[in-house]
Design a binder for this molecule. Structure first.
Ligand code: GUN
Length: 293
């Protein structure tokens, strides 16, 4: 049976470390980290995510500002709001929760965020810096995975890492981070996606398998090499009448059977998911302490 890579505990450890640093900053009379979040419209999932981010700020002693804007706001008005926050010296980090309404260009809004406040790591500047192995804000999910690999001392040098999924926010940056010079890194990386041929055979050769394609229980035991480390980024709700809530959460990996074969695995929930907020908080601390730019 695989070792369980516990994202819930690890994210709490990171939050405690950040809270300890905030306490030090307070005694030193330094700048308390301040995160601003812009939420456009009333999408239920987005409200939950932003609410969790604001709550986490409060828990660890950060300041936070939530800017709620109506669904009907124009692109111009939203860009002006981003400019306001860019120019506000009290705010260290800014995130614009995605998705945005269809009439607003995500590219234009992302590109408007000042790179030194882009704690989501979504701007071309931060993606480029990350790829160059320069100091950068790394996006929350890939950064969370990097921290899990580190804190569980998972060897990556010379290993074959197979990433399934090439999204801008997970698969693509993850492939760069695993291949770059350093730890975790120095892996031989194969980035696979919907057009990949012989995916099963490729997955079977992975020492580290990172699954981020967004298909429930896509990876089954026959796709996994015995002893592989399996990181599951997927999260899906499925109906389950036996639960009080009426649903349960599953990942992109068929957990029970893969856990029998892997050497270590992240569960869903409680694996990669909880790490994303810890990463955002960490980036905001870096921003307040001017450690990246
Ligand atoms: N929507 C889903 N994930 C994210 C994220 O990490 N950041 C932002 N801004 N929006 C999201």
């Amino acid at each position: 049976m695989a070792i369980l890579i516990d994202g819930k505990k690890t994210s709490q450890d990171i939050k405690n470390e950040i809270a300890a640093r905030v306490a030090e900053i307070k005694t030193e009379g330094g700048k308390i980290p301040h995160l601003a979040a812009i939420l456009v419209g009333s999408d239920g999932a987005s409200q939950t995510y932003v609410g969790a981010k604001v709550k986490a700020c409060h828990e660890i002693g950060f300041e936070s500002t939530l800017v709620r804007l109506d669904e009907t706001i124009s692109e111009e008005e939203l860009l002006a709001k981003v400019e306001d926050i860019n120019a506000n010296p009290d705010i260290d980090g800014l995130i614009v929760q995605l998705p945005l309404p269809k009439h607003i260009s995500v590219e234009k809004v992302t590109d408007k965020i000042k790179p030194d406040k882009d704690v989501d790591g979504f701007t071309p500047s931060n993606v480029g810096r990350m790829a160059l192995n320069w100091p950068a804000y790394v996006a929350a999910t890939p950064y969370g995975i990097v921290e899990l690999l580190k804190r569980y001392n998972i060897e990556t040098s010379g290993k074959h890492c197979v990433v399934i999924g090439r999204s801008h926010i997970v698969g693509s940056p993850m492939s760069i981070l695993m291949a770059r010079n350093g730890y975790p890194g120095n892996a031989t990386v194969t980035l696979t996606h919907s057009r990949t041929q012989n995916l099963k055979e490729i997955a079977q050769t992975a020492d580290i398998l990172i699954v981020a394609l967004g298909k429930p229980e896509f990876v089954t035991a026959d796709m996994v090499k015995p002893g592989a480390v399996v990181i599951d980024v997927g999260i899906h709700r499925v109906e389950d009448a036996s639960k009080k809530s009426g649903f349960r959460l599953i990942g992109d990996v068929k957990f029970d059977e893969v856990a029998e074969k892997a050497s270590a695995i992240t569960p869903v929930p409680g694996g990669v998911g909880p790490m994303t907020i810890a990463s955002l908080l960490y980036n905001t601390l870096l921003a307040a302490e001017k450690k990246v730019y």
